[in-house]
Design a protein around this ligand. Structure first.
Ligand SMILES: CC(C)(COP(=O)(O)OP(=O)(O)OC[C@H]1O[C@@H](n2cnc3c(N)ncnc32)[C@H](O)[C@@H]1OP(=O)(O)O)[C@@H](O)C(=O)NCCC(=O)NCCS
Length: 98
């Protein structure tokens, strides 16, 4: 929500993961609607989320991103995220039964 114009520009949601010693905020999804992209809303919402997560006692944030989503990766790196683990897949040709 852009409070200055009272416009819904997208959403970000996630939850606190309580790991006992650590609390981490897991971002499930961030989306800025097409017409509002590249205007700073992504950066602004992640900055706000930092403050929210800290207020909940979190000492980090976690998210996953498709390797080919270079726009999102660029945003996350600018906001201080670092890659930690890379999922890999290999496609196989299988004949469908039936
Ligand atoms: C990824 C997304 C959330 C970025 O939000 P945004 O409001 O457009 O981002 P910002 O305007 O704050 O830009 C922040 C950075 O993102 C990158 N970026 C944004 N738009 C970009 C574009 N069209 N091309 C390349 N990089 C871009 C830039 O690195 C930019 O930094 P800069 O302003 O210093 O150049 C938005 O593009 C989006 O909702 N995409 C579709 C959904 C999606 O992929 N979500 C992430 C799932 S993991």
């Amino acid at each position: 929500m852009d409070s200055a114009t009272n416009t819904n520009v997208g959403f970000i949601w996630g939850s606190v993961l309580d790991e006992g010693v650590h609390q981490t905020f897991c971002i499930n999804h961030i989306m800025v609607f097409d017409e509002f992209q590249n205007k700073g809303y992504g950066k602004a919402s992640l900055s706000e989320l930092d403050k929210f997560a800290e207020s909940k006692g979190c000492d980090g944030l976690w998210l996953s991103v498709w390797v080919k989503n270079s726009t999102a990766k660029s945003l996350y790196e600018k906001m201080g995220f670092e890659g930690t683990y890379l999922w890999m897949q290999k496609k196989l040709k299988v004949e469908k039964k039936g």
